[in-house]
Structures are given as structure tokens and as C-alpha cells.
Design a protein around this ligand. Sequence first.
Ligand code: SF4
Length: 314
Amino acid sequence: MNKNRYYSLNAFFRNTFGNKVYKVSIAGGFTCPTRDGSLGTEGCVFCNPIGSEPKHYKPEMTVTEQLELATEYVRERHETDHFLAYFQDYTTTYKDVGSLEKMYREALDFPGIRGLSLCTRPDSISEDVMDLLKDLSRETFVWVELGIQSGCDVTLLRMNRGHTVYDSEKAFEKLHSRGIRTAAHVILGFPGESRKEAMTTVELVNKSGTAGVKLQNLHIIKDTRLAELYNKGKVNLMRRSEYAELATDFIERTKPDIVIQRVTGEAPPRMLVAPEWAINKLAVMNRVKRELMYRDTWQGKHLGYAMEDIPSIQ
Ligand code: SF4
């Protein structure tokens, strides 16, 4: 019997590459349209972009220098030589296509790099860049993570995202029509959102045709607008058990062929204001797994799928 209650990233990597693959974080000196003045300068209310820069990163470092450091650590710890280069600072498709191609290819040329993982916004991939990603997707493994965050326009507006649900739908459509693999980045627990809005978001994920979803509970990060509101008592946060219940509701409504890349996010402890329980990622993951078992539910059950429909490690 298939014992996986959701389609994990580990299972997907093993089925795709024949072994475990580790994402190594690198930065490319990016910015984003809500910070560079194109759409605004304040950024999303929950974001302190320093939190998404890899620990080892210094602005003068090349992609190769970063990969040397990042892979050395993972190589020693896990005795592996299989990596995905994960560009994760700001909006990593938001540059001219020539600079991006140079940067992505430099990463792909590094020993042990099996492909690219790129985090970005739905409104920040130009047609030229999409065409580049189409070409790269034919040559190697590419996974574009779209920060759709929510399926509700009111939330996106409140969070100062600067894009709409329609932008998310269009981005999925354009990327998929070029054969580019995507994943959706979703945050659960935004102010003003309840279970109902989270269920709207999972419907968007299912309809999009995406190959993956990354779940994260809302973090309050230092030096953000959201931290100011939280300190004034204007933001309510979920308890760990409430998050586990909501994440489980989400998972049991997610189609079983969508990889659940993660069930909770991680904030650097030095930057986290609240909730305190978010520091212990493993405990949150275990709580979600327990909730799945306790309910005897699994990914897609609510859509009528059997547990055997979830791909297992071959
Ligand atoms: S969440 Fe992304 S798009 Fe929003 S401000 Fe931060 S880096 Fe920019």
C-alpha cells in the first residue's frame, strides 16, 4: 500500500533523477518591481528580502563562487553530487534576457548541477525570458516557482503584491504553453483570510496545471510593514495546530500529481518576530503529517482520489 499521504519533493526527485537531489541557494543581485519603482518602492508588506539571500552571499560573488561554497557544504553533509541551482533572491527572472542567460548557464556548467529552480513573480517574466526558459527546459531540468501567494485579489492588494490573480493565471498559461515546468508558492494565514480564501487558492492551483506547490505559514519578519502592524496588535496569527489543520485541508484538495514541495516554510530565526513555533520546521511538518494520519486523509482525497493515486518512489 502506498504509505505516502502526499506527493513529496523527495519522491519526485527520486523518480525524475533516480536519486535524491539537493537545492543549493544562490543569489543573482536581483530586485523586484515593487521595490525598484516600477510598481512601487515599499515591497510586499510581509517581505524583508535580506531573509531570502543565502547566508554565504556577498554582492561581489559570482555564481560559480557561490556554488563552490554552497555545494561543498551539502556535498560533505550528504555525500552527494546532485544539485539544483536555486536562484532565490527577490525576483530571479527580472533582468534582461542576456544577463539571465549568462547567469543561468554559468550555474548549469558547474559540476553536479542537474538543473535550475527559479523563484519569481507572475508578472515579471518577459516574453524573451519565457523563450529562454523554453530553450533551457529542452536542454535540462527547469522549475519556475511563481509567487502567486493567494487566489484572492483583495489579499494581494492588501499585501501590496502589485499583481492580480489574473496575472497568475496568465503566467501559468504562457509558461505551460512553452513546456516550462512551474510550481506555485502559496502563503496560508494572511490577515483577512480564513479557510474559505485558502480553499479558493487551492482551486487556482489545481486549475493552473502547475506541477508543484510550496506551502508556507505566514511569518512576521523584522523590519517589515507587517511587523509594524503586528506590534500594534493588528495581525492575528494561527497556532501551530490551526496551521496544521488548514494545510491538511489544502493538501486533501490538491490534485495528487502536484508535488507538495514543502508543507511549511522556514524563516531565519534572527529575523523572525512571530509565530515562535515557526522556528521548529520539523515539528510543524510532523504536526501536518499527524493531522493527515489522524483524519486518515491524503492528497486529493476530497477530490475523490485514492491514496494509490499519489505517485510513490519507483
Ligand atoms: S516578496 Fe518578492 S516581490 Fe515582494 S517585495 Fe519581496 S522580493 Fe519583492
